[in-house]
Ligand binder design. Structure first.
Ligand code: G6P
Ligand code: MN
Length: 446
């Protein structure tokens, strides 16, 4: 089995490779092709992977290339994990919005729209080429904003593209831990869009265990989302929101915290990774040790500003174990390759799962996965407040897709202006001005 990874020079690659190394099952991935536009970063990551493979029998063979068509040829699976504009782009997405007094964040609000506008044309090009060169390949999209980018790619690949995120699994796992239930035996009633979903129930042997959690302040205070949102608000909602909903429910506090922070998350990661890739150019550097040190620092500071804004304090070690992108991706690949039916929360075309949205809209819901792909499960309807947010944000995503297809600046302005976290059309116009000035990748907007 051959796996091609686009964005193969990315910092998270060793997590994926570690998961592949642990996989001893029959029909596992034996060849990995890494593609990136940056040969230097490819070389750096290849060094870390070589360290990881040392001493492991039958480690998947790794090759690298900067030729996209070559990378796609013969692929059984394609992971798309690119970051258009790099971390400098992310930092600009964040700071331009914050300068206007609105949320500047990687995937949510104005920052996420700018990132989407930049990424959609590139993702569509990849999707078109994949449909031509590797029409039987399954494409797993890791690229953010993951829901929007998956929908863009689905226009060319149909249901052969599946988007993944680690946040719903991470949430499910944390909630299962505090409830003392086995996550493998629980049904997580989670639904929404990527980074905009709610856990409405945790069913074990026909019983919903979530009310027990919502009723217990001690339990609520013992995990990330409980502290982030607070017991009272969670009880009002009757559900546990994805951590990204903190940006909506506590928008003013987060914008304030982000504006007064020394630098944005993107700027921090930009500097941190610049140091890492520079270190990797020195032959005496121990590649795996340098990578692991950087990874630990990144994880320890994840969402730190958000937690400060909420007064939620430090993360527990147990909160740090994320859902793991790589584990979700591997479980998905195995279910498809071995026709082993599994349930995973994934980003796929709706096909009726959420009644408020059309069939083409990519949503994040539990799916049954087998050799025929990921089949969304119809879920109980979202409450009115959640339907409202989901429909508003999907409308914004559609404006981004329309702007990318037409190059229309007016559609780009509409995307910003219609977002619930952008409070004025005037601000939306200024955001488009500032973002097009900051990002060469947005010069297509006329
Ligand atoms: C989670 C989200 C990803 C997001 C990442 C940001 O894993 O699911 O979609 O990209 O957090 O983390 P970072 O360390 O880059 O701020
Ligand atoms: Mn995500």
């Amino acid at each position: 089995m051959r796996l091609t990874i686009l964005g193969g020079g990315g910092f998270r690659l060793p997590l994926v490779y570690a998961a592949l190394l642990r996989d001893r099952s029959e029909g596992r991935i034996t060849r990995v092709v890494l593609h990136d536009v940056d040969a230097g970063r490819l070389a750096a990551v290849a060094r870390v992977l070589a360290d990881q493979a040392a001493g492991v029998a039958d480690a998947p063979e790794v090759t690298v290339t900067t030729d996209l068509d070559l990378a796609l040829r013969g692929a059984d699976f394609v992971f798309s994990a690119i970051r258009v504009g790099g971390l400098a782009g992310r930092a600009a997405d964040e700071s331009v919005a914050l300068a206007e007094g609105v949320l500047g964040q990687e995937t949510v609000g104005a920052g996420g729209i700018a990132y989407g506008l930049r990424t959609v044309p590139v993702a569509e090009d990849i999707a078109r080429r994949t449909a031509r060169i590797a029409p039987d390949a399954w494409v797993v999209n890791f690229t953010n904003p993951a829901g929007l980018v998956t929908e863009a790619m689905a226009r060319h690949l149909g249901d052969r593209v599946i988007g993944i995120c680690d946040s719903p699994v991470g949430l499910g796992r944390r909630v299962a831990r505090v409830l003392g239930v086995d996550p493998e035996r629980a049904w997580f009633d989670y639904a929404g869009l990527n980074h905009l979903g709610w856990l409405r129930g945790v069913r074990v042997a026909g019983r919903d265990e979530l009310p027990r959690l919502l009723a217990d302040p001690g339990l609520l205070d013992s995990f990330e989302e409980g502290r982030l949102f607070g017991a009272q608000w969670l009880r009002s909602l009757g559900a546990i929101p994805n951590e990204y909903l903190h940006y909506y429910y506590f928008n003013r506090e987060t914008v304030h915290a982000y504006r007064t922070a020394e630098r944005t998350r993107g700027a921090f990661l930009h500097d941190q990774q610049a140091r890492f890739y520079a270190e990797m150019e020195r032959p005496e550097t121990s590649a795996l040790a340098a990578w692991d040190r950087t990874r630990a620092e990144r994880e320890a500071t994840y969402m730190a500003h958000n937690r400060e804004a909420a007064g939620a304090g430090e993360r527990d070690a147990s909160d740090l174990e994320s859902g793991g992108y790589e584990q979700v991706a591997l479980a998905l690949m195995r279910a498809i390759a071995h026709d082993r039916r599994t349930t995973l929360i994934l980003n796929v075309r709706n096909r009726g799962a959420l009644a408020a949205l059309d069939a083409e809209a990519v949503v994040e819901v539990p799916c049954l996965v087998d050799a025929n792909g990921a089949h969304p499960v119809a879920v109980s309807p979202l409450p009115g407040h959640a339907t409202g947010l989901v429909c508003a944000v999907k409308a914004v995503e559609r404006e981004v897709l329309a702007a990318a297809a037409s190059g229309s600046r007016a559609r780009a302005v509409a995307a910003f202006a219609l977002h619930p976290l952008v409070d004025s059309v005037t601000v939306a116009r200024r955001l488009v001005e500032a973002y097009t000035a900051a990002h060469p990748g947005l010069s297509y907007l006329r």
